[in-house]
Ligand binder design. Structure first.
Ligand code: HEC
Length: 153
Protein backbone atom coordinates (compact mmCIF):
# COMPACT_ATOMS: atom_id res chain seq x y z
CA UNK A 1 0.00 0.00 0.00
CA UNK A 2 1.31 3.47 -0.87
CA UNK A 3 1.33 5.95 1.91
CA UNK A 4 1.21 9.71 1.55
CA UNK A 5 4.46 11.32 2.69
CA UNK A 6 3.96 13.77 5.56
CA UNK A 7 4.89 16.78 3.45
CA UNK A 8 2.40 15.82 0.73
CA UNK A 9 -0.23 15.24 3.38
CA UNK A 10 0.36 18.67 4.89
CA UNK A 11 0.10 20.27 1.44
CA UNK A 12 -3.14 18.39 0.71
CA UNK A 13 -4.65 19.42 4.03
CA UNK A 14 -3.56 23.02 3.56
CA UNK A 15 -5.26 23.08 0.15
CA UNK A 16 -8.46 21.72 1.72
CA UNK A 17 -8.44 24.32 4.47
CA UNK A 18 -7.56 27.17 2.12
CA UNK A 19 -10.28 26.40 -0.45
CA UNK A 20 -13.20 28.11 1.34
CA UNK A 21 -11.04 31.15 2.09
CA UNK A 22 -10.10 31.57 -1.55
CA UNK A 23 -13.74 31.49 -2.75
CA UNK A 24 -15.08 35.03 -3.00
CA UNK A 25 -17.70 35.95 -0.38
CA UNK A 26 -20.27 36.49 -3.16
CA UNK A 27 -19.75 32.90 -4.37
CA UNK A 28 -20.13 31.57 -0.85
CA UNK A 29 -23.36 33.52 -0.39
CA UNK A 30 -24.66 32.31 -3.78
CA UNK A 31 -24.00 28.68 -2.82
CA UNK A 32 -25.64 29.22 0.56
CA UNK A 33 -28.74 30.91 -0.88
CA UNK A 34 -29.09 28.25 -3.60
CA UNK A 35 -28.83 25.56 -0.93
CA UNK A 36 -31.46 27.15 1.30
CA UNK A 37 -33.77 27.59 -1.71
CA UNK A 38 -33.57 23.86 -2.31
CA UNK A 39 -34.23 23.22 1.37
CA UNK A 40 -37.26 25.52 1.11
CA UNK A 41 -38.52 23.78 -2.04
CA UNK A 42 -38.09 20.33 -0.48
CA UNK A 43 -39.91 21.42 2.68
CA UNK A 44 -42.73 22.89 0.58
CA UNK A 45 -43.09 19.57 -1.25
CA UNK A 46 -43.41 17.83 2.11
CA UNK A 47 -46.04 20.26 3.39
CA UNK A 48 -47.97 20.14 0.10
CA UNK A 49 -48.19 16.36 0.37
CA UNK A 50 -49.21 16.56 4.02
CA UNK A 51 -52.08 18.90 3.09
CA UNK A 52 -53.40 16.32 0.68
CA UNK A 53 -55.87 13.66 1.86
CA UNK A 54 -53.72 11.10 0.00
CA UNK A 55 -50.10 12.14 0.66
CA UNK A 56 -47.52 10.65 -1.71
CA UNK A 57 -45.21 9.17 0.87
CA UNK A 58 -42.35 8.63 -1.59
CA UNK A 59 -42.29 12.38 -2.38
CA UNK A 60 -42.01 13.10 1.34
CA UNK A 61 -39.25 10.51 1.73
CA UNK A 62 -37.18 11.87 -1.16
CA UNK A 63 -37.59 15.44 0.12
CA UNK A 64 -36.70 14.32 3.66
CA UNK A 65 -33.45 12.80 2.42
CA UNK A 66 -32.64 15.99 0.51
CA UNK A 67 -33.18 18.12 3.61
CA UNK A 68 -31.14 15.70 5.71
CA UNK A 69 -28.23 16.01 3.26
CA UNK A 70 -28.47 19.81 3.12
CA UNK A 71 -28.70 19.98 6.91
CA UNK A 72 -25.30 18.30 6.96
CA UNK A 73 -23.92 20.64 4.28
CA UNK A 74 -25.14 23.87 5.92
CA UNK A 75 -22.57 23.28 8.64
CA UNK A 76 -20.06 24.54 6.05
CA UNK A 77 -22.12 27.37 4.53
CA UNK A 78 -21.05 30.13 6.93
CA UNK A 79 -17.26 30.53 6.80
CA UNK A 80 -15.82 33.61 8.49
CA UNK A 81 -15.95 36.60 6.15
CA UNK A 82 -19.17 35.56 4.39
CA UNK A 83 -21.34 37.95 6.37
CA UNK A 84 -22.88 41.26 5.30
CA UNK A 85 -20.46 43.78 3.77
CA UNK A 86 -20.57 46.36 0.99
CA UNK A 87 -21.19 44.74 -2.38
CA UNK A 88 -22.45 41.47 -0.92
CA UNK A 89 -26.21 40.95 -0.71
CA UNK A 90 -27.03 38.53 2.07
CA UNK A 91 -29.76 38.06 4.64
CA UNK A 92 -27.27 36.44 7.04
CA UNK A 93 -27.01 38.53 10.22
CA UNK A 94 -23.62 39.45 11.74
CA UNK A 95 -24.77 37.65 14.93
CA UNK A 96 -24.01 34.36 13.15
CA UNK A 97 -20.33 35.13 13.74
CA UNK A 98 -20.57 37.26 16.89
CA UNK A 99 -22.75 34.66 18.68
CA UNK A 100 -21.09 31.65 17.10
CA UNK A 101 -21.94 29.18 19.88
CA UNK A 102 -25.66 30.00 19.79
CA UNK A 103 -25.65 29.80 16.01
CA UNK A 104 -23.89 26.43 16.11
CA UNK A 105 -26.65 25.20 18.44
CA UNK A 106 -29.26 26.25 15.87
CA UNK A 107 -27.32 24.48 13.13
CA UNK A 108 -26.97 21.31 15.20
CA UNK A 109 -30.66 21.43 16.15
CA UNK A 110 -31.57 21.59 12.48
CA UNK A 111 -29.26 18.69 11.62
CA UNK A 112 -30.76 16.61 14.45
CA UNK A 113 -34.35 17.37 13.41
CA UNK A 114 -33.59 16.72 9.74
CA UNK A 115 -32.14 13.31 10.65
CA UNK A 116 -35.11 12.55 12.89
CA UNK A 117 -37.55 13.62 10.19
CA UNK A 118 -35.92 11.37 7.57
CA UNK A 119 -36.20 8.45 9.99
CA UNK A 120 -39.90 9.11 10.66
CA UNK A 121 -40.57 9.67 6.94
CA UNK A 122 -39.07 6.26 6.20
CA UNK A 123 -41.79 4.63 8.35
CA UNK A 124 -44.45 6.02 5.99
CA UNK A 125 -46.77 6.82 8.92
CA UNK A 126 -48.53 10.04 7.81
CA UNK A 127 -49.72 11.00 11.30
CA UNK A 128 -46.22 10.72 12.76
CA UNK A 129 -44.75 12.49 9.72
CA UNK A 130 -47.11 15.45 10.30
CA UNK A 131 -45.90 15.86 13.89
CA UNK A 132 -42.23 15.54 12.89
CA UNK A 133 -42.66 18.06 10.04
CA UNK A 134 -43.85 20.67 12.56
CA UNK A 135 -40.82 20.06 14.76
CA UNK A 136 -38.53 20.32 11.74
CA UNK A 137 -40.21 23.59 10.74
CA UNK A 138 -39.58 24.96 14.21
CA UNK A 139 -35.86 24.35 13.79
CA UNK A 140 -35.92 26.52 10.63
CA UNK A 141 -37.86 29.25 12.42
CA UNK A 142 -35.59 29.19 15.48
CA UNK A 143 -32.59 29.99 13.35
CA UNK A 144 -34.32 32.47 11.05
CA UNK A 145 -35.72 34.44 14.00
CA UNK A 146 -32.28 35.18 15.41
CA UNK A 147 -29.95 34.92 12.46
CA UNK A 148 -31.72 35.90 9.24
CA UNK A 149 -32.79 39.41 8.24
CA UNK A 150 -36.59 39.73 7.84
CA UNK A 151 -37.79 39.37 4.26
CA UNK A 152 -38.10 42.79 2.70
CA UNK A 153 -39.25 41.67 -0.72
C1 HEC B 1 -28.85 27.50 11.34
C2 HEC B 1 -29.67 28.52 10.73
C3 HEC B 1 -30.72 28.17 9.70
C4 HEC B 1 -31.53 27.07 9.66
C5 HEC B 1 -31.61 25.92 10.64
C6 HEC B 1 -32.36 27.23 8.49
N1 HEC B 1 -32.06 28.39 7.85
FE1 HEC B 1 -32.94 29.08 6.17
N2 HEC B 1 -31.60 30.63 6.13
C7 HEC B 1 -30.68 30.92 7.10
C8 HEC B 1 -29.94 32.12 6.74
C9 HEC B 1 -28.84 32.76 7.55
C10 HEC B 1 -30.44 32.52 5.49
C11 HEC B 1 -29.95 33.71 4.66
C12 HEC B 1 -28.80 33.28 3.75
C13 HEC B 1 -28.16 34.43 3.01
O1 HEC B 1 -28.89 35.31 2.52
O2 HEC B 1 -26.91 34.46 2.92
C14 HEC B 1 -31.49 31.57 5.14
C15 HEC B 1 -32.24 31.63 3.98
C16 HEC B 1 -33.30 30.78 3.67
C17 HEC B 1 -34.14 30.90 2.49
C18 HEC B 1 -34.09 32.05 1.49
C19 HEC B 1 -33.16 31.84 0.34
C20 HEC B 1 -33.30 33.07 -0.60
O3 HEC B 1 -34.04 32.95 -1.58
O4 HEC B 1 -32.71 34.11 -0.30
C21 HEC B 1 -35.05 29.89 2.54
C22 HEC B 1 -36.16 29.60 1.55
C23 HEC B 1 -34.77 29.12 3.74
N3 HEC B 1 -33.70 29.69 4.40
C24 HEC B 1 -35.49 28.04 4.14
C25 HEC B 1 -35.19 27.26 5.25
C26 HEC B 1 -35.95 26.10 5.66
C27 HEC B 1 -37.21 25.57 4.98
C28 HEC B 1 -35.32 25.59 6.76
C29 HEC B 1 -35.67 24.37 7.56
C30 HEC B 1 -36.11 23.16 6.88
C31 HEC B 1 -34.19 26.47 7.05
N4 HEC B 1 -34.15 27.46 6.12
C32 HEC B 1 -33.32 26.30 8.12
C33 HEC B 1 -30.48 30.23 8.25
C34 HEC B 1 -31.06 28.99 8.56
Amino acid sequence: MRTLRPRALVAALAALVAAPLIAAPADIVATRVAGFREVGAAFKNINDELKSSTPQVYVIQISARQIRDYARQQQGWFPAGSGPKPGVKTAAKPEIWSQAATFKKAQDGFTAQANAFATVAATGDAAKIRVAAKTLGQSCATCHRSFRVEERR
